[in-house]
Ligand binder design. Structure first.
Ligand code: TPP
Ligand code: MG
Length: 802
């Protein structure tokens, strides 16, 4: 392999010193944290000294030489200590945070965009997701540039440092497929091919499968197998034999010999190829240490080999580097198959410390043990990656129009309303409409995005016309791809949807250009991409996910398409404000608010109005339905709009002597309305509460209670205000097309007896009436529940339950 021209001996020496320093600091950080925790609470928290060590060389080469400020990196979860050590050397991480590694407010165990303060680009931890995020971030960068934004910013390369076992995660291959379809560029995946996972040593020859696979998807594949010592040895007489032996040595054996050391290498090599003339001499002329150094000198631990590979890559093509490494390289547990969470013993640590020339008490000194500290600082001061200033960007807020107009039909479904609202937006030639970008995993049309896509087009870097249109074949849809298109078409994989939304939803911070991403899917398939959704929220990405259709209301589609748990997911998912409106005017109010909320980034306190962190902002989830329901003719007042967004309003306010109230959420509204009408003669002052967001109601209630416990005695949440006047003896019947726990907590707010109706078991096919009756959420079931919790004279419309 050719040495890159700009790698001078001086630079190599500096990088090599930094590589040692990085390995030392990372290992010490872990050791120190464990030591502290162990003495404080008896808990050892896992080390991953070995797992991080295998990336020390590659990350040194990247951060101190190859990367540019505009490049973005997803670091393999267990390489977090190496990342933090590098940032420490670059002056972006504090000693205190390293000392508190894995502790309260310390550097995070896995790189975190939101919790770490040292410039993490992408959060990782759930393996596979960070890798795919780099691919989608690259597509988003292309999207931004194709739309004529960020013109003054150089294109960055999206880099993932990938554990080899991480490639077992299917979402990586789902991403590869969509990346190929979209003409992916500027993406590097660097595989830490240490041939070890957590439990296992990987199967032989896996790299060949990967090589083929990546090539099939149009990637360049660069194999970084031999270090420069090995490359030199192969040129010696007998070197070809040594190389052949290395190439056929099973992974398990190689790892075991790395662990066992020089004498074991000698014995094995002599046993297997020691009687073959030249190669025997090649082995014999090295002492045990030299022989171990030679055999351990795999490409991924050899700075010249790594630098040559990275710098020799195609300037634009996506490239996969398969870098041979040894897990725990440079540490005593190197290569041992049990080393995943391995920690050096105190005695081993002492030996390692001596070898690193670090005096006791000077463990955190940046240049301890290095010959020329001043020269080293001068080198660090010129590191290109750190030269561009703040890498976390921002973008101004995009003005949202005063209202989102929509023509409301007398009978309409929320999903139709969503399509109509977007269709109206698509007519506008304003910045707001231009910044919206939609995406959907092959359910664009069936989630009502069709009219929007017809007008705004699909995105592709190369224009492609709609063949049906050019062939004059009539079609409802005009599917034209162009660099100006505003819909990113995805294959069916829901993981890809959420990772793309995550990438789109971080564009303001990564590209300095704000987008308003909207993704649609069927509600039950949220579960398919749930971890990716969780990660998108964990990274604080901003997007709107519109999940429709939902629930058993999808009657004819049966249990495979009907969602039950999603309302609870919506409540429990941090960073995601969830809504389930029943009427289209509610939806318009919620969407209007959401476009603002998605852009907020205040760190302010909770609002005193609803005790929600509205100024902090977040992502939004709308659970919609295909069920057409009769719409209420009314004027949207600011008060009503506020209540809808805060989570609930009285559709019928209970009187002072109310015996029962019905609280409903979503498309089940007609049953709740009908039940209240039928009960009105037999129960006094009955009320009907429309819940538009169980999530926000519940969150505000929790926050107000916490505030009161801290002395803010006047803190009062929206739901407390709504239920405050409801007399104590009044019962609550709650109902929704989802798990009943979603609203069951309402009774705890003011201590009202409550009966929560909902769906607990897998749905099935049937008519709406069949299913609502079967699962006990129809009008009669609501009346029966009211009769049981609000006793009184028999409710005359109540029929016997099935
Ligand atoms: C989705 C997910 N499943 C399981 C884990 C637990 N886990 C963490 S690392 C790891 C093995 C990783 O092996 P590899 O990617 O080869 O990394 P190495 O430590 O060898 O560098 C596993 C199973 C996880 N973090 N995320
Ligand atoms: Mg591995």
């Amino acid at each position: 392999m050719q040495k890159p021209a700009d790698i001078t001996a001086d630079k190599l020496a500096a990088l090599s010193a930094l590589e040692r320093k990085v390995l030392w600091l990372a290992s010490w950080t872990i050791h120190n944290a464990n030591h502290l925790r162990e003495s404080a609470d008896g808990l050892k928290v896992g080390g991953h000294q070995a797992s991080s060590a295998s990336l020390a060389t590659i990350m040194t080469a990247l951060y101190f030489d190859v990367l540019r400020p505009q490049d973005r990196v997803a670091v393999k979860p267990h390489a977090s200590p190496i990342f933090h050590a590098i940032q420490y050397l670059l002056g972006k991480q504090t000693q205190q945070k390293l000392q508190d590694f894995r502790g309260y407010k310390g550097a995070q165990s896995y790189p975190s965009r939101t919790k770490d303060t040292d410039d993490v680009d992408f959060s990782t931890g759930s393996v596979g997701l960070g890798v795919a995020q780099t691919l989608f971030s690259s597509l988003v960068q292309d999207y931004v540039h194709a739309h004529g934004w960020a013109k003054d910013r150089a294109e960055g390369r999206m880099v993932a440092l990938v554990g080899d076992a991480e490639l077992d995660e299917g979402n990586i291959f789902e991403a590869l497929l969509d990346g190929w379809k979209q003409g992916l560029r500027n993406c590097w995946w660097i595989i830490d091919y240490n041939r070890q996972s957590l439990d296992a040593v990987v199967r032989e020859g896996l790299w060949e499968r990967y090589e083929q696979l990546f090539k099939n998807f149009g990637w360049d594949v660069v194999i970084v197998k031999y270090g420069s010592l090995q490359q030199a040895a192969f040129k010696e007489p007998g070197g070809d034999k040594l190389r052949a032996w290395i190439d056929t040595c099973p992974n398990q054996l190689y790892s075991a010999l790395v662990f066992a050391g020089g004498a074991a290498w000698r014995k094995r090599l002599n046993d297997e190829i020691g009687d073959q003339g030249d190669v025997s001499k090649l082995i014999a002329k090295r002492n045990d240490d030299e022989l171990a150094a030679l055999m351990n000198n795999l490409g991924g631990h050899d700075l010249p080999a790594v630098l040559a590979a990275l710098k020799g890559a195609h300037p634009e093509k996506p490239t996969c580097f398969i870098c041979y490494t040894v897990k725990g390289f440079g540490l005593p547990m190197a290569g041992h198959k049990d080393n995943h969470a391995g920690m050096m013993t105190p005695a081993q640590m002492e030996t390692f410390q001596k070898a690193m020339a670090v005096r006791p008490g000077h463990e955190w000194d940046k240049f301890e043990g290095l010959d020329a500290p001043d020269a080293m600082q001068a080198f660090l001061d010129k590191v290109p990656f750190a030269a561009g200033g703040e890498r976390r960007l921002s973008a101004p807020m995009i003005d949202v129009p005063e209202t989102l107009p929509v023509t409301i039909q007398p009978t309409m479904a929320t999903q139709t309303g969503f399509g109509a609202i977007l269709n109206e937006i698509s007519r506008g030639d304003n910045n707001f409409a231009q910044r919206i970008v939609t995406t959907s995993p092959d359910v664009t049309v069936s989630t009502n995005l069709g009219p929007w896509v017809n007008r705004r087009g699909l995105f592709a870097r190369q224009a492609m016309s709609d063949t049906f249109k050019s062939e004059h074949i009539p079609s409802t849809f005009n599917w034209e791809f162009s660099p100006k298109g505003q819909h990113m078409e995805l294959g069916i994989a829901e993981m890809n949807l959420f990772i793309l939304l995550s990438a789109l939803g971080l564009s303001h911070s990564i590209n300095g250009e704000r987008l308003l991403p909207i993704g649609t899917l069927y509600d039950p398939f949220i579960a398919r991409g749930l971890d990716a959704l969780n990660y998108a929220c964990y990274q604080d990405a901003r997007f709107m996910v519109v999940a429709t259709p939902s629930g058993i209301t999808l009657a004819g589609e049966g249990g495979a398409h009907q969602s039950i748990a999603e309302p609870l997911i919506g409540m429990a998912q941090d960073g995601l404000a969830s809504f389930e409106p029943a009427f289209v005017d509610e939806l318009a109010a919620i969407m209007h608010w959401s476009f603002g909320y998605m852009q907020k980034d205040g760190t302010g306190e909770a609002s005193e109005k609803n005790w929600l962190r509205d100024e902090t902002g977040g992502a939004v989830y709308l659970r919609l339905s295909t069920r057409p329901i009769e719409q209420i003719q009314r004027t949207m007042t600011p008060e009503l709009r506020g209540d809808i967004v805060d989570g609930a309003y009285w559709l019928r306010k209970p009187g002072p002597n109310a015996q029962v109230i019905v609280a409903y959420s979503g498309a089940i509204a007609p049953e709740a309305i009908a039940a209240v009408g039928l009960m009105a003669e037999d129960r006094r002052d009955i009320g009907l509460l429309a819940v538009t967001s169980a999530d926000r109601l519940n969150a505000g209630w929790s926050a107000a209670q916490r505030a009161r416990e801290r002395g803010l005695v006047h803190a009062r949440s929206h739901i407390e205000r709504l239920l405050g006047d409801v007399p104590p003896h009044c019962g609550i019947v709650s109902v929704g097309d989802g798990h009943p726990a979603t609203l069951a907590w309402l009774g705890a707010v003011e201590g009202h007896r409550t009966r929560a109706l909902g769906v607990e078991h897998f749905g099935q096919t049937g008519t709406l009436a069949d299913l609502y009756r079967h699962y006990g959420i129809d009008t009669n079931a609501i009346i029966a529940a009211a009769q049981s919790i609000a006793p009184g004279k028999p409710i005359r419309h109540l029929k016997a339950l099935p």
